[in-house]
Design a protein around this ligand. Sequence first.
Ligand code: ATP
Length: 239
Amino acid sequence: MLKVNNLVANYGRIEALHGVSLEVGSNEIVALIGSNGAGKTTLLNSISGHVSVNGKVEFDGEEITKLKAHNISRKRLLQVPEGRHVFPGLSVEQNLLVGTVIDSGIRIVSGNYKEDLEMIYHTFPRLKERRKQLAWSLSGGEQQMLAIGRALMGHPKLLMLDEPSMGLAPIIISELFEKIVEINKSGTPVLLVEQNASLALCVSNRAYIIERGKLTLSGDSKELMKDPRVCEAYLGKAK
Ligand code: ATP
């Protein structure tokens, strides 16, 4: 579904990604793990067209490297940003409706948006209970559900999640990650950026480790969990 080849991204004179290549298959959850400042968000923003890059990005068989962000989201490659970025002054339901991707006044996916709302409320019943509530008044976990729900309104062909566990209590994180697995099982591939390596390796099929703008390790998640380099650097286990 996604093929990234030799991606280089710069912020002015600073090169933040130094030739990154990765793939996400059509049924997979692929995790991208790395510490603060390793380049995880830059990679997602490069794929979604928010940072201009050199290299090649192919999505669903088509090159999208130089497309603008809004044209990439019209192709239903959708990103849930770090820090959720819900619209605080809109209600839960209004936030969800913002996620309906519109092109020239027409919904990009056929079907009734009310059915999509019901589908999201089925996945996240808490959002249904709070559908008239303003987004600023939600808890962090509810805001994360809302941000994911907003992306699901656009029927993603690939969902990119940037640190969904950030700042949440462990019990909420488990609930949220169960939903991410459920969303994947219902047919949506996921590229998951996480600092919480053990969680990311638990839910993903494959994973990449990024360090200082370069991929340093990749493989089957269960195998990476046993890799001494991953254990020591990311799972807090001594050799
Ligand atoms: P975190 O987990 O803290 O979000 P990250 O792995 O997502 O980190 P990035 O945010 O992609 O890392 O940052 C990668 C590098 O690029 C860092 O050195 C960061 O300081 C730098 N960087 C990120 N955004 C900008 C920007 N807008 N201007 C200049 N440098 C930036």
